[in-house]
Design a protein around this ligand. Structure first.
Ligand code: SAH
Length: 233
């Protein structure tokens, strides 16, 4: 508290702005990108710029801001975590976003991944099942001036039909099988990036591309560990 939020315009240049005088974490963020992300093979310059620009510490609980740039997930309350920076970068790169794209995220959590996606796409709709997390993420995103993100509360395994189809869907909680609604809401030519596997299994981060005929082509990218995608039955 007492320190003003860094100003973070959305629609201007996509350049990173790491040297804001009131951002005491700028150097830590640079180290995060160099030492955890680009060195592990994330090469897309726009993705790296987004990771340099988004103030990850502002998505933490007040007591854990100092952990924001460490190489691991961090608890955000309600039994949930903000994903490890590398995983956020990897999933964002796999989504292959371009200006004009419309994105759906399932599992808003802290709102950090949504903020990263919002710098690379036109609109981001993000769904969170835990209402207080949705409310907090929405507040932080609004404070950052992140006007192209809309936070919804609900069960994201049904997607968000009102806004479908999406150019990309990024799921940040793991179902044991891919929800059919998310396949249906992926635009032909679009991508679904999703961890798949049960709580006790090794989950796989999977990319499913929908071809122009509507057929899905999947590949597993990396073993991962996400919280389960819960279903509201
Ligand atoms: N992307 C987040 C991290 C996600 S943690 C970030 O950047 O911080 C996974 C989140 O998915 C948790 O907040 C959890 O509550 C949420 N979640 C689990 N099942 C869900 C569902 N069916 N629909 C929407 N959100 C869900």
């Amino acid at each position: 508290m007492g320190r003003s939020l860094i100003r973070w315009p959305f629609r201007g240049s996509d350049a990173a702005s790491p040297n804001q005088p009131d951002d005491r974490f700028a150097a830590a963020r640079e180290r995060m990108v160099a030492g955890q992300i680009s060195n592990r093979g994330v090469v897309d310059a726009r993705v790296l710029a987004a990771l340099r620009a988004v103030p990850r510490h502002l998505f933490m609980l007040p007591g854990s801001q100092d952990e924001a740039y460490e190489d691991r997930p961090v608890p955000i309350g309600h039994g949930q975590t903000i994903s490890q920076p590398y995983i956020v970068a990897l999933m964002t790169e796999l989504a292959r976003l371009k200006p004009g794209d419309r994105v759906l995220e399932v599992g808003t959590g802290s709102g950090y991944q949504a903020a990263v996606l919002s710098r690379l796409a036109d609109t981001v709709d993000t769904i969170e099942i835990v209402e207080p997390l949705a409310a907090r993420a929405s507040h932080v995103l609004a404070q950052l001036g992140c006007r192209n993100v809309t936070v919804h509360t609900g069960d994201g395994s049904a997607g968000w039909p009102e806004m479908a189809p999406f150019d990309a869907i990024v799921v940040t909680a793991a179902p044991d099988h891919v929800p059919p609604a998310l396949v249906a809401q992926t635009r032909p030519g679009g991508r679904l990036v999703i961890p798949v596997g049960g709580v006790n299994d090794v989950q796989q981060l999977r990319v499913l591309e929908k071809d122009e005929r509507g057929e899905m082509h999947g590949r597993d990218v990396a073993p991962v560990r996400f919280v389960p995608l819960v279903r509201k039955e």
